[in-house]
Design a protein around this ligand. Structure first.
Ligand SMILES: NC(=O)c1ccc[n+]([C@@H]2O[C@H](COP(=O)([O-])OP(=O)(O)OC[C@H]3O[C@@H](n4cnc5c(N)ncnc54)[C@H](O)[C@@H]3O)[C@@H](O)[C@H]2O)c1
Length: 84
């Protein structure tokens, strides 16, 4: 799977179960990962598993600004949280 190589992946909910598992897979495939989670500690825990590939960010991924930044950056965006 070459498509993620060299790309930035925004993993929203990246501190959770599915987000963390995806972060590990994307890192294996050569992507760099923005681990976005409302709970900074959870994002940090994911980052610490793949420090060479990941950067943790605390943000509400449901907000307009976050979504806009993803589009402008041309990255891959994956959402692993429930919008309530
Ligand atoms: N785990 C499964 O087997 C499974 C199966 C089917 C569907 N799902 C769905 O997939 C999604 C993720 O599942 P999970 O098990 O990884 O959940 P999880 O609770 O482990 O992780 C969700 C993460 O999203 C974060 N989060 C919540 N709202 C956010 C927001 N607005 N912005 C940024 N981060 C936010 C939480 O802090 C948490 O770390 C959920 O919607 C769940 O219902 C999960």
């Amino acid at each position: 799977m070459d498509r993620p190589k060299g790309k930035v992946v925004f993993l929203n909910g990246g501190g959770g179960v599915l987000g963390r598992a995806s972060a590990l897979l994307f890192a294996q495939e050569g992507a760099r990962i923005s681990v976005v989670d409302m709970v900074k500690d959870k994002a940090d825990e994911t980052e610490q598993l793949i420090p060479e590939a990941a950067l943790s960010l605390a943000s509400d991924a449901a907000s307009w600004l976050t979504g806009q930044a993803m589009v402008l950056d041309g990255g891959i965006s994956c959402n692993y949280f429930t919008i309530s």
